[in-house]
Every structure is written in structure tokens, then in C-alpha cells.
Design a protein around this ligand. Sequence first.
Ligand code: GLN
Length: 381
Amino acid sequence: LARRLAHVPPTVFSEMSALALRTGAINLGQGFPDVDGPASVVAAAEAALESGANQYAPGIGVPALRAAIARHQQRNYGLEVDPDREVVVTTGCTEAVAAALLGLVDPGDEVVVLEPYYDSYVAMLEMCGAQRRPVTLRAPAFRPDPDELRAAITDRTKLVLLNTPHNPTGTVLTGEELQLIADLAVEHDVLVVTDEVYEHLVFDGRAHVPIATLPGMWERTLTLSSAGKSYSFTGWKVGWATGPAPLVQAVLAAKQWLTFTSGSPLQPAVAHALDHEPDWPRALARDLQGRRDLLCDGLAAAGLTPRVPEGTYFVTTDVSHLGWADGRELCLALPERAGVVAIPTQGFYDDVDAGRHLVRWAFCKQPEVISEGLRRLAEAD
Ligand code: GLN
């Protein structure tokens, strides 16, 4: 194995989903819904397949989807995006992250990232040879400390890699937190790459604010998202990046050598979703809020201490109250002992002590599945 990957462990999501399949356990680990997105969008994909949208799409993405993404940014956030120069379609947000980092970061560049971080960020930063500067979101509040942000973002920083709503903690960055990051980015002239795949999955009347909408930020921000989480099509792998033309060009410069272009028949279908099912993600969020409460109440009753998430479809718990100092040990034992799979999040921290006792549970599952998982947990010894 090449040195750049030698220290990156295999993704815990595949490891834990394989464990769930092997043991027949209920999978509250990997974040994928057990009900698909809107039928009209599936029909649009079938129509695209049959109408011959089966050869290479343009590298930048099919025009209908780029236009729909631009309208989505306008409608939701008042951002005026040129669909021909300021949007690029990617193979999921994971490719958008990869292409953004490969297109913008040189070996040795410092990149500030919130930890716990989504595992692909670290793998990509390693592949780019970047210097990682984590800002730790600590239990139980999981908020960035302003002084730690100030210390991390300096003239040596190339870019800040943000994620809000934040996986795995469920934190939604507040206007004040975003403003501080924006002020530091402008002061030190650094870029921001922001993964906003859970943009519509926020609870209790909260609003998601893209940092690109703050004064002085559009020109230095790449905003990434996807249809996977908003429309419950995680397997479609249709994502995108929006931002000023030079930053979108940097994504495209890398993307052309990664996947060349993204799958063509699914792009018109996602355009259909954005244009014709604009309220579907918010309805999903309302539904998820009830499941969040079901899961959090049950986890609390089982002696875990959930941090009620503000967004995403994940809840993080402290398992030390159950007598488990190490969340990974618990997660490896849980399928056999209780028939449930969850994700240890310690691997998402450089500061391992900050995450050793934390476990993430997904609630993007049908209520009966969550209830059965909770019943099994309650009965386990
Ligand atoms: N984003 C999802 C999660 O956090 C799926 C991740 C994956 O399988 N790579 O669970």
C-alpha cells in the first residue's frame, strides 16, 4: 500500500455495515435511509434511461441539473449562481470534497477542519499531503471554541474545511459561529470548502445558513451538497459544488481526472427532484425529528446520554455511563450481545481522548426499526 494511505484505516462505515449483514443485527450505523426518495424522481430516472441519456454527460454536468442547482441556491438562500460557470456536478459530495481538496491544496498546506471529521476528509487530506489543523468539538455541547478557531486559522492556513449540519455530532453552526469563521477567513485571506449535505435536515425550527451567504464569503467559498441526503437516494451518488468560477474550475481540473464525468441518466432525475419536489426534503426533516426523539428517548432510557442533535440524522452518545470506556469495543461487542450496530466515532478525532467514549446512532430508519433496536438494547446485558 502506498505511504499516503498506509496510515488511513479502512472506512468504519463499510466495516460496521458488513458486521450488521454478517450478524443479522439492526443497522443503526451507516447513514442511509431504509425508505427511498420520491417515486416521481425514480420515474424521471427511468425516463432518462429510456430516452437515451446513456452516453457521457458534459464534465461540468448536464445543463438541466446545473440550472436546477442554481435555482435551488437562489430559492433557499438568495444566492445568485451562474449555472454555466459556478456549478459543477460530482459523483456524490464525496467526490466534490476530493476534487476540491486535490484542486486547491498543495503538499504541506495547512487545512483547518472541525473534529470529529467525516472519515473521507482525513483520507483525502492525507492523499493531498496536507497538514491537518483540527478544531475539536467536545462532548457534551459539541460547539467550536472561539479561541481554538482563532488559534487554528492563521496566515499559514490554505483553507477551512467545514461541515454544517455536522456529521457525526448533529451540531448546526450558529450565525455567530459562522460569522467568526468568516471574519477569520477574510482576515487571513483563506478559502472555505463547506460540506452542507444535511442542509435541509435541521430540526426544531432551525435554519441552515450557508457560510457563502455571509458578506465577503461568496468569492472565497465552495459550497458542496448532494441529492443523497436531501432526497434519500444515497446510492445515486449525485453531488455538486457551487462557488465563484475560479474555485469551480479548480474542482473541475481535478474531477476530469478522477471520474471524467458523472453518470448521465441520474442527472436529469435529480434536476426533476430539485425543481418539482422542492418541499420533499423539509417533509423528510419533519419526519426525522420524530424519529430523533424516539431514538434519543430510548437511548436515554437505556442509560446512554444522547446529545439531542440540531440537524443530520445522527445522534452521538457518551457510552462511559454504561461502563464502557471505549466506544469501539462496545460497537464490536454490540451486534453479538444486543443485535444492534452503531458507529464508534473515536476514529474521527486526532484527539483520541476527546472521542474514545462516543458512539453514533442513525435515526434515518423506519420507526419500527428504531423501536426494535431500542427493545434489543434494553434487553441486552
Ligand atoms: N454519510 C453516511 C454516514 O455518515 C454514509 C457514509 C459512508 O458510508 N461512507 O453514515
